[in-house]
Ligand binder design. Structure first.
Ligand code: NAD
Ligand code: IPM
Ligand code: MN
Length: 352
């Protein structure tokens, strides 16, 4: 089983190191790891954030463990050379159109959430975010406005085909819960969202067991915080999913706890090909200080075992060890504690 490990920038290498060490402690035979450069570090070494050899390695792997990309030194580069293009390029090139971002408040750990504990305890949802379309991948550019100043523009669009395939992922995911799907859009303003909403409704016709509702994104942001129990699966587009998932992470307690899986249709000999990454970024403000919470990356590795290697028992063991560590008071600085990256990793391994 081949895993391409792409640590990237900032805290990426710090958190992936712990996740790999947890994977190794689970005792899986036949695991081969390949390391590749992505992001700012790849630009500095190879002149491109997603070098051809890294893309080839990713394609040839059965799964990818991704840390984070982003480097303030690179923010002035032309867009195609910026570190973030590495993750966007991987998602697009590998057709990883379905991003699963689970968020839940663990029992007994409601106090980690800034929400009132009675509300926090009901938060257990899955964001199914479309990942290869929307305003992220439309034409974009800059032009001179009529008043002579600069004007930036980005084209937002969704085709029925794109919406239908992500809707199906959400419906399937909802079946392992209570079949509730809330599709989040901005159909009161955007044509893109009107096509989204109509297509999701149409797709639901052949899934009569699904309890489908629709909500505007501004209201959804408010409802996730004020009444999270109404959500099972949130189905949404690329931009809204990006924003709502950081919002959900804050409601859980920290962005250092939220994992993700990015999946497409391709099957390998072991399961579904996918890329796994924490939802957080390279956190330049704490990079190199050994402070980053590796739990999100460790939980992403668990998702990898579940989806790409069909090792449900091992995935559940890792998730239980993280939960146990949290229950035992192991906390990174993001959760108000003083456990560093390595200490958190060690605490999880001890509890496997
Ligand atoms: P960020 O997620 O990197 O950081 C936001 C805040 O959360 C910071 O205060 C940071 O210290 C904290 N934080 C994040 N992860 C943490 C962890 N594991 N443990 C403890 N604290 C943590 O978002 P940002 O500051 O907006 O972006 C920084 C860079 O990362 C930018 O270049 C951005 O483009 C990039 N980014 C990359 C990805 C990715 O690679 N998938 C995701 C988001 C942002
Ligand atoms: C994420 C990140 C990325 C995104 C950036 C780094 C391109 O914020 O994975 O949530 O916007 O998708
Ligand atoms: Mn994001």
């Amino acid at each position: 089983m081949k895993i391409a490990v792409l640590p990237g920038d900032g805290i990426g290498p710090e958190v992936t190191r712990e996740a790999i060490s947890v994977l190794e402690s689970v005792g899986i035979a036949d695991l081969t790891l390949f390391d590749g450069d992505v992001g700012g570090i790849a630009y500095k070494r190879h002149g491109h954030p997603l070098p051809a050899e890294t893309l080839t390695m990713a394609r040839e792997a059965d799964a990818i463990l991704f840390g984070a990309v982003g480097d303030p030194d690179c923010d002035g580069l032309e867009r195609s050379l910026r570190p973030e293009q590495a993750i966007l390029g991987l998602r697009k090139e590998l057709d990883l159109f379905a991003n699963l971002r689970p968020a839940k408040v663990y029992k007994g750990l409601e106090h980690l959430s800034p929400l009132n504990p009675e509300i926090a305890s009901t938060l257990d949802l899955l964001i199914v975010r479309e990942l290869t379309g929307d305003v992220y991948f439309g034409d974009k550019g800059e032009r001179i406005a009529e008043d002579g100043g600069r004007e930036g523009w980005d084209m937002m669009s969704y085709s029925e085909t794109e919406v239908r395939r992500i809707a199906r992922v959400a419906f399937r995911a909802a079946r392992s819960g209570d079949c509730r799907v809330c599709s989040v859009d901005k159909a009161n303003v955007l044509e893109t969202s009107q096509v989204w909403r109509d297509t999701v409704k149409g797709a639901a016709d052949s899934h009569p067991d699904i309890d489908l509702s629709h909500m505007y994104v501004d209201n959804a942001a408010m409802q996730v915080i004020s009444n999270p129990s109404q959500f099972g699966v949130i189905l949404t587009g690329n931009l809204f999913g990006d924003i709502l998932s950081d919002l959900a992470s804050a409601a859980v307690g920290s962005i250092g706890l939220l994992a993700s899986a990015s999946l497409g249709d391709r099957q390998t000999a072991y399961g579904t090909f996918g890329l796994y990454e924490p939802i957080h970024g390279s956190a330049p403000d704490i990079a190199g200080q050994g402070k980053a919470n590796p739990m999100a990356c460790i939980l992403s590795a668990a998702m990898m075992l579940r989806h790409s290697f069909e090792m449900e028992a091992e995935a559940a063991r890792i998730e239980a060890a993280v939960e146990r560590a949290l229950a035992d008071g192991i906390r990174g600085g993001d959760l108000g504690g003083d456990h560093g990256t390595e200490a958190v990793g060690a605490a999880v391994r001890e509890r496997l």
